[in-house]
Design a protein around this ligand. Structure first.
Ligand SMILES: NC(=O)N[C@@H](CC(=O)O)C(=O)O
Ligand SMILES: [Zn+2]
Ligand SMILES: [Zn+2]
Length: 427
């Protein structure tokens, strides 16, 4: 049965649209967009009542812990958190147990996601076998099995020769290498940003140079190989400056930033609460300013959550010993509304772009009809009430874990409904 959506404020940067209009959805796809469309025979009617209709969000960076650590999250609970947050596609990191360096694991993940039947799920394969940093994974067979990119995320690829080969081989396949940039020798025993706050607290710090030195190395390697380097969760002024310069030189370099890195600084660490501990760490105010500038000037391609669920006892211990990582699927878009749009850093259309067309392009998901609501696209969309607020508490969060630094926050932007391929999966 076709679906006619009326009185929608459709914001779709892929079509340059921000206007009140109607959409017709038929057979899982967008059939037409425009004011005063004739009602198809027997159509179901949805009155958006002026609320936002947006292309479904795409998250390039989530950790769903299946196989291996399903007490933290499984593919089904992760996908439920995704659709509750308005995400209709997620790209899942390979640092599961065992890691995703084989067709068997990729297929198992895809089967589990299929069974959950909530959002689209795109696995990443590892860069190296076992994510051990020594031997390249088999990119061709992993791509054929469904992997959309390759990453050892959680761990940097410290061997430059391995990174060089990875960029060369993936260039032939036309898929990106996603880099977690952290020089392990510079980061050493650090567990928060190195700076005035870490000195005051007497905590081991991770210097900005740990990230920036690796970004520099990998931009050099991307230039020499022609490979597509996608830089995950960038957090420092120097890292973003290098991306801006690399893009100006026409290199095949893209990057993402997370909501926690645009919303919070390392001052939060004075609470000694491990829900503020993640990798890369929360940085200084100057770094947050640089993240906001890079979001505004187009240096940043996508907002990605780095949704990293951890169990209560992974966090409820000495800060030094706690796991790195925070959840983020349900708070990402509300934080963008509050901090990016609400404080005038960017307009709503650019914010939507960072969740839709931007990430779609990075992993070439635009070729699958994702990240856009132009006629012919997949009918993946989200209905958001920008006036209604959310309260970030345990009842609101669908994830199996609750390690969020935004607990207790009230934010604008309730996801009223989420549709994947024309089927309502949330709300
Ligand atoms: N971001 C984190 O602090 N943790 C991630 C790994 C990662 O993204 O590096 C995790 O898997 O828990
Ligand atoms: Zn990482
Ligand atoms: Zn990650």
């Amino acid at each position: 049965m076709p679906l006619l959506i009326k009185n929608a404020r459709l914001v779709d940067p892929s079509q340059g649209l921000d206007e009140t209009t109607s959409l017709i959805i038929d057979q899982g796809k967008v059939a037409s967009v425009g004011v005063g469309l004739p009602e198809p025979a027997g159509a179901e009617l949805l009155d958006a009542a002026g609320r936002l209709v947006l292309p479904g969000f795409i998250d390039l960076h989530v950790h769903f812990r299946e196989p291996g650590q399903t007490a933290k999250e499984c593919i089904e609970t992760g996908c439920r958190a995704a659709v509750a947050g308005g995400f209709t596609s997620v790209c899942a990191m390979a640092n599961t147990k065992p890691v995703n360096d084989s067709v068997a694991i990729t297929e198992m993940m895809l089967n589990r996601a299929n069974k959950a039947n909530l959002c689209r799920y795109f696995p990443l394969g590892t860069v190296t076998k076992g994510a051990a940093g020594e031997e390249l994974a088999d990119y061709g067979t992993l791509k054929a099995a469904g992997c959309v990119a390759f990453s050892d995320d959680g761990l940097p690829v410290m061997n430059a020769s391995i990174m060089r080969r990875a960029l060369e081989y993936t260039a032939w396949l036309g898929v990106p290498v996603v880099a977690h940039e952290e020089d392990v020798n510079l980061a050493a025993k650090g567990y928060m940003n190195e700076g005035a706050v870490s000195a005051f607290l007497g905590c081991h710090g991770i210097p900005a140079a740990a990230e920036e030195a690796m970004v520099a190395r990998d931009i050099v390697l991307a230039e020499h190989t022609g490979g597509h380097l996608h830089l995950a969760h960038l957090s420092t002024r120097g890292a973003l400056r290098q991306v801006r310069e690399a893009k100006a030189r026409g290199l095949n370099v893209t990057c993402e930033v997370t909501p926690h890195h645009f919303a919070l600084t390392d001052r939060e660490m004075t609470r000694f609460d491990a829900d503020f501990k993640m990798n890369p760490p929360l940085r200084t105010e100057a770094d947050v300013e640089a993240v906001l500038e890079a979001i505004a000037d187009g240096t940043v391609d996508a907002i990605a959550t780095d949704h990293a669920p951890h169990a209560w006892d992974d966090k409820e211990c000495e800060l030094r010993d706690a796991s790195f990582g925070v959840i983020g699927l349900e708070t990402a878009f509300p934080l963008a509304l509050e901090i990016l749009v609400g404080r005038g850093v960017i307009g709503l259309s650019r914010a939507v772009e960072l969740f839709t067309q931007g990430p779609a392009r990075v992993f070439h998901l635009d070729r699958l009809g994702l990240g856009s609501l132009a006629p012919g696209s997949e009918a993946d969309f989200v209905l958001v009430d920008p006036e209604a607020r959310i309260d970030v508490d345990r009842a609101f969060v669908q994830s199996r874990s609750f390690n969020t630094p935004f607990k207790g926050w009230s934010l604008p932007g309730r996801v009223v409904g989420t549709w994947v391929g024309g089927r309502r999966v949330w709300g």
